[in-house]
Each structure stands twice: as structure tokens, then as C-alpha cells.
Design a protein around this ligand. Sequence first.
Ligand code: ATP
Length: 424
Amino acid sequence: MPNLSQLLTSKSSAEYRRVFELCRDISSELDSVDGVYVVGGIVRDLILDRTPGDIDLSVVGNAKTFSQELASRIGAATPDESQFLTFKIRTSGIFSDVSSIDVVTARAESYADSAALPDVSVSSIDDDLKRRDFTVNAMAISLAGSDWGTLVDPKNGFGDVMRKRIKVLHDASFVDDPTRIFRAVRYAVRLGFNLDSRTNELISKSLPNIDRLSGTRVRNEFELVLSEPNRVEMLRMSEEIGLLAAISPGLRIGTKALQVLSDQSEQEVASTELPDLLAITTFGLNEDESKQVVQRFDAPPAWGESITGNAQLAKHVAVLDQPNLAPSEVSDLLRAIPLASISAYILAGPPLPRRDKLVEYVEKIRFIKPEITGDDLLEIGIPQGPIIGQLIDIVRRAKLDGKVSTKQEEIDLAKSRLPGFLTK
Ligand code: ATP
């Protein structure tokens, strides 16, 4: 086995080193711990000399006692126990490079049913690595004093890192867990690796298994793709391998949407909010297609609106090309449309006069509000009830069209519109 102690000491930052050294000390002190390993993505990233993410540790033995001891030595709160024998130590506020340390009990997993969550049992580090998704993620480095730095690599992940290859551990991998198809896309693009040819074949064969995943699981995976800096390439690849269509038949990413996302500056890539991303990504889907996508994702209202809003806007937007449209008419047309869909249309829609109207709505019209409030109307004797809202809306539209400008004019207009029976 190669020894990578060099990576633990010279390639990692002081914070990572401190954690690794504490692991070494604690493992030698605790009788209930037979081995401690840094595992998964961080090993891959250390080998690749990429900045690693949070720390994943695998403990052979009592992971609970181990994680409590580690938390106490770094001054963190008692770890949260999440799933089966998994403990999370929160380190934000203590460390700047590492926001959490996940400590798992080395375990084996088996899948009774395709796409279900696995059955889990305590096991060895080898079994723990064999339950993982890809060879490049199935490596561990020992942190125990006796074999500090020893690489455990039962599936030749090191070779695949060198060959820049994403390869599953066995042929049933995507059947056991179809979310790994999304993960394959994310790793291939993020690391600049290729899909190994057999893995590619298995993905094609396993695409129908995406249907077996719950809406929430598919949505989570899709959201992870959208939150990556390289999402354009990931969406493109997802489309090419048939993953988007496997999620929902009408789901595709149009060339205009790809163009908009590719043109984003680095700062926009980091700051674009999810509703805006969803609206851009699903731009061009018709009403039925977007409804199907929303249903497939079992989407919460904020997601649903951003996806269906595009088709809703597309139905009426041509009206905005008419000359001499009053601002109140623009507002009537757009008020019920999610802002994310309007912004997506501005970016991805055709350069017709409607675009200027949409921009005017987003930047100006939607902020124009009357000065009077319901309280002002109650004060002048208008009774409580729906009439208050109706009068405020009349005043709002008049203000938009420049027919009133002062508060007194607003009050006068409201009074003049009172139904006859109220003025008697
Ligand atoms: P990053 O956090 O940088 O996205 P990572 O490789 O650490 O990458 P995580 O999603 O944090 O990825 O998962 C940690 C490790 O757990 C992975 O490296 C992999 O070994 C394993 N893993 C995660 N999800 C799965 C899965 N669906 N099937 C098998 N193994 C998985």
C-alpha cells in the first residue's frame, strides 16, 4: 500500500492537519477505536491538489465516543447524531476552511430494493469503501499512529484519478441508487474527468430507474447541479446523456437558456438565486411540459411558480408590443407573474418592444404604490371591508398613469369613487 503521509502534512492546510493529528492521538488513546480514516472526496481532492471540502472520517469501532472526544478537543459542541451511527461536528466559527466534520461508523450497505435507501450494518474499512459511488471516492487514508498515511484503495481509485476517469464500483451501482447518475455528471464536469465507457453504458441502461426516485430526491439532485459553478456544462451533459428527459419527458435546456447561463459573470454565477436559475433553466417549456416537471419534482410553491411562470407569461407577453400601453395595463398583465419568470424573459426572450416594457415593470412600475393606506380611508369614514382594497387599487392604477400625484389627490379620487350608497 502506498503511503500518503506527505499529503496529510504538506498538502493540507493547518486546520486539516490539526484535525488529522488529533484523530491520530485520540485513536491511540481510545480502546474502543480500531481505526480512523479520512475518506471519500477529501482523499481524491488531496491527491489532485484541489482545495478539499469538509472532512469525512470513517471510524472502525465506537464512532460516537470518538466524535465526542474530537469535538471536545477542538472546542466544538457535542456532535449531532444524524442517520445510522453518523455524527456531525459543526466547526464553523472555530475553523475557517472546514465547516463540519462528518464521522461515520465504517459500515457495509445492501440494497433490498432498487432506488430505496440501503440497509446498513457495522463493518470494516474495506466494506465501507465498497459501498461508495465511484472508484475515485472509494479511497481512505489511515490516521492511526501505527499506519499513519497508508492508502486503502480496494478499487484502484488512485489509478482512476491518474487516468481522470469516473468509474462505478460494480454493474448494479446505478440500479441500487440512481442518484449516482447525477453524481457522475457532477464529478465528471467538476473534476474535468471522463465517464469510463462501461459506466457510460450502465448509465444509459439505468436511466429508466430515475423514475423510481421520489420527487424530493430528484429535486435535491437537480438543485445540487444548479448550485455548482460549472452548472452550464453539467446541464449540457445531463441533456446529452438523456438525464433531463429521464427526469421528465419535456425537460430540456434550450440554447437560449444555455447562452444566458454561459454569459453570466463569475459574480452572477455565485449570486443568482434558485428561483431565477429555475426560471432560466426551464425557459421555453410549454404549459404542459412545465406542469409535468413541477409534478415530477413534487415541487414546493416557490419552485413551482418559477417553472410554470414562464409559460404563463408567454401566453400574454405579446400584448406588451402594443404602442401606447398605459403603465397600469402593463402592471395588470404582469402583477401575477413571478418576478423570476419576468427576469428570465428579459434575458432569454426575443428583443422586441415587450422587453423594454418588462424592464420598466421590473425596475419602476412594480414599486409605484399609493401614498394612502387603508387607515387613511378608514379615517375619512370608509367602512372596513373589501371596498378598502378596491379603492386602493383604483388609486394605485391612477398613480401609475400619472393621474394623481399628491396624497390629497389620492384621497379625493378614492372619495369620488365611493359607491353611491356609502356617500348618502
Ligand atoms: P463534495 O462534498 O466535494 O461534493 P464528496 O465526494 O465529499 O464531494 P459527498 O456528497 O459529501 O461528496 O459524499 C461524501 C462521500 O460519501 C463521497 O465521496 C462518496 O464516497 C460517498 N457517497 C455519497 N453519496 C453516495 C451515494 N449516493 N452512493 C455511494 N456513495 C456515496
